[in-house]
Structures are given as structure tokens and as C-alpha cells.
Design a protein around this ligand. Structure first.
Ligand code: BEZ
Length: 236
């Protein structure tokens, strides 16, 4: 017998499940249309709700910053297209919040009234709500691989600076073959080599004076903030 509480959730390292959808910016073929770019696919519970409105205003205001890091944004809720359009128009024309006003949402917002996409991505979590998507966030790399996932409940608005930090940390790990420690921000030391591939402390220290080892399994090295950002961010 089918267990309605069982949800399939794409995992880190999986290929992003493909789908075609109608959005506020036209039809999309996902993730194929985003090949070569990073993309953050995120869901929200419902249009015309306060937490979601604060999130959309914040994310839309930061869109250029994400685009500079070669990352596109794609939203989704189980509302229909006309609801999406009316809500985004209300945000632009009427809402002033925390200094943000006239906010235009230029990234696509997927309509998913059948919940087909939301179910594919484990965004419907019946213990929280069987009629609304939770606040899911998928970080998908230029090859269409899911690299990080975060899920929040309905009542909790996301921290978009943290989402940006995750994106930059993933790209830094790829570009420099390093890992990033707790609370890492560009300019902080990184962990080298990535956990699990250690030689002896002596091997690892040889000729690497700038490395700092706390023990044989835990070494860091500095990377300049400028070097990180100039590697990752598009040139102006
Ligand atoms: C909100 O975005 O405010 C919200 C949406 C669904 C349930 C609870 C809060």
C-alpha cells in the first residue's frame, strides 16, 4: 500500500530531476535551459502571504549579486500563473518593506498547480502541509548536479546572505580543490586538502609554509578574498 507520508527527495550528488513548466517568464525546460550556469531552484508555500512576500522582495533585490556569481534564480509554488502575476504586480506596485520598494521580480516563478514538480523535488512534506510546498532550496551546478539542499518550514523565512555564502563556498571548493570550515566567508582560511584525503602531517607541511595544521587531519591555508572573488565573480 502507498504510504502518503513517504516523499521522494533528490539528494546531493543526484542529477536534478528534469521537468518542463510554465513560468512568469515563459516556458522552461529544466535543468537543460540552465546548462553552464549555477541555478538556485527554490519553493515557497503560497502567493499573497507575508513571509513569502518578504522573501521574494529580499531575493529579487539580491538577484544581480547572484547573477554576478553565475547563478540564476528560479522560484516555484503550487499556485497558478495568474496568481503569481497578480502577486508580483502587488509587490512591485504597493509594498514597501525594509527600504525595498518598486521591487521587480525578474526571475521565473513556476506555476505548479498539479504539484508535479513540487512532488518530484520533495517540496510537499505532508507532516508540515499536504497542500503547500515547504521552503526548499536546491543548489544545482552547471552540469545539472544537485550540490546542496536546504529545507525550511512554512513559518521560517530564509536568510538569503546564507544562501549566497553557500553558493560562493561551493564554487570556491570546486575552483581551488579545498573545503570550507564552519562559518566560512571569502577571505577566511580554507581547509586543505579536502577531508578524507590526508597524507602524513610532515608530507602535507613540506614546502607549504603558509599552511597551518591543528593536527594531522586538520590543516588550513589562507586564500585571498580578492583571489576567490576574482575567480568566481563575472568581470564587470
Ligand atoms: C507566509 O509566507 O507568511 C506563510 C505561508 C504559509 C504558511 C504560513 C506562512
Amino acid at each position: 500500500m502507498e504510504n502518503i507520508n513517504q516523499v521522494s527527495m533528490p539528494r546531493i550528488g543526484d542529477q536534478a530531476p528534469p521537468f518542463k513548466a510554465v513560468t512568469t517568464q515563459g516556458d522552461i525546460n529544466f535543468p537543460q535551459d540552465y546548462t553552464g550556469d549555477w541555478v538556485i531552484l527554490f519553493s515557497h508555500p503560497a502567493d499573497f502571504t507575508p513571509v513569502c512576500t518578504s522573501e521574494f522582495m529580499t531575493f529579487a533585490s539580491m538577484e544581480e549579486k547572484f547573477n554576478q556569481a553565475n547563478c540564476k534564480l528560479v522560484g516555484l509554488s503550487v499556485d497558478g500563473l495568474y496568481s503569481h502575476i497578480a502577486w508580483l504586480r502587488t509587490i512591485k506596485e504597493k509594498i514597501e518593506y525594509k527600504g525595498m520598494k518598486n521591487v521587480e521580480v525578474n526571475f521565473p516563478l513556476i506555476e505548479d498547480i498539479t504539484m508535479e514538480v513540487a512532488k518530484k523535488y520533495g517540496m510537499i512534506q505532508p507532516g508540515e502541509s499536504s497542500t503547500k510546498a515547504v521552503r526548499a532550496v536546491f543548489f544545482i551546478d552547471p552540469k545539472g548536479i544537485i550540490r546542496a539542499t536546504i529545507y525550511y518550514p512554512l513559518s521560517l523565512g530564509r536568510n538569503f546572505e546564507e544562501l549566497y555564502r553557500v553558493l560562493i563556498a561551493l564554487q570556491t571548493a570546486d575552483a581551488f580543490s579545498v573545503a570550507t570550515p564552519a562559518d566560512w566567508q571569502p577571505g577566511d582560511d580554507v581547509i586543505v586538502p579536502p577531508a578524507g584525503s590526508c597524507g602524513t602531517a610532515k608530507d602535507r607541511m613540506e614546502g607549504k609554509e603558509d599552511m597551518k595544521c591543528y593536527d594531522w587531519f586538520f590543516c588550513t591555508k589562507p586564500i585571498d578574498k580578492e583571489k576567490v572573488l576574482s575567480t568566481i565573480l563575472k568581470k564587470p
